[in-house]
Design a protein around this ligand. Sequence first.
Ligand code: GLN
Length: 486
Amino acid sequence: MFSFDSIKKYHAFLANDPNGCTIAVTHYLSQINKNKGLNAFINVYVEEAMQQAAVLDAKRTTGNSLKKLHGVIIAIKDVICYKDHEVTAASNILKGFRSVYNSTAVQRLLDEDAIIIGACNCDEFAMGSSSENSCYGPVLNALDETKVPGGSSGGSAVAVQAGMCMISLGSDTGGSVRQPADFCGVVGIKPTYGRISRYGLIAYASSFDQIGIFGNCIDDIEIALQVISGPDEFDSTAIQELPKSFSSTENSTKKYRIAYFKEAIEHPSLDKEISSSIGSLLNKLRSDGHQVEAVEFDLLDYVVPAYYMLTTAEASSNLSRFDGVRFGHRTKGPVADLTEFYKRTRSEGFGKEVQKRILLGTFVLSSGYYDAYYSKAQKVRRLLTNKIGDIFKDHDVIVLPTSPTTAFPLGEKMDDPIAMYLADIYTVFANLTGVPAISVPLFKHSNGLPFGLQAITNKQDEVTLLQFSQLLMQQYKTYQHLKKNE
Ligand code: GLN
């Protein structure tokens, strides 16, 4: 029976098995098939993946050294363009649309001989925190199918959680990689804004959007990040400089200067057990010689409102391209004029949550309200960026919960959008300020579900982020593996 632990061990296995990639793809396809009910995949590229595996198995006989992602089986969120494959953002408005080019991230994966096994379900246009806003129906959490997997990249998280791929890509505009990673018990990273090119990522809120990676271990995240990061002539916001390597090899003697926000750990919305687990972890880190310090943070209650003002404003502009004229769904109904054509097409094509956000975004940008809402939210964003800059003058890392609760029941928050939005309290901060952040699966709740710790470092300092995460995984993880019914 094939089993996967890490890319490194998989490559060692391939060295001794001439049919290794084929064996691996066969295994993952059967896992996907077995777990169909979780609804994590929208499309599975069965024949293609098998063909690619055969090509790679043959390639190894030439004796050349393996490329970095040789035969690594990867799933991508359905907002990331893969040439000649359907990409829909889980929306009726894009059903049947095939991408005409590769996103830079996908191109770089393919250039390193990765095998893309399928496209993952998610919230429509990445708007949501539970993967329930999808035109394909909700994704289920593999550890407890009555619970959500988190969102919006829920399918990508479950694909790793339930062993349906080795690593996966998601997108994170306000927590959509970290929060599902937290709910599913896997690692999820959102790199610095601009670290990974957004070319070919369907836009939600362009000044926040960032591709992120799910995996089982930090080493795999490091390899994938190394491959897909870097400048790109197709994305002018992509960061020009790259570290020599993203080495996560932990310097075991390093003592970190760790900041935490008392306001966050003591926030009334935070589950008591999550709060106390993080508290004990901080005590342990302190007694192990790290400097752990509470930093005052009085802006916490402004982050969610600012995030939803700014992202909906950007979304209202970004989503205006879906007009039924150039691509995607087009209304069949009789229409009197062009305005009615647009109205009908968009009302039929977009789901409720997306419509709500377009309306909200249009409102906050409208004259008369712009200064009261949009400009004010921009000012909050500036204050947060200044604040985080100050904190990183004296600290290496900030730790926070990833989410106030563990995975919640399906349907629980669907009628209460404010509750759904407020649950993004700990993750949106990193997107508003552009810094890299990760959710590391360290804990198990007495309700049986996993939860993670969120770590954040300064802009462009993924190296410290990965090294600190490695330390947490190796020395502070409180359980080993969480499988269904354990
Ligand atoms: N839950 C947040 C939202 O609904 C984050 C989404 C995301 O990161 N794509 O906007």
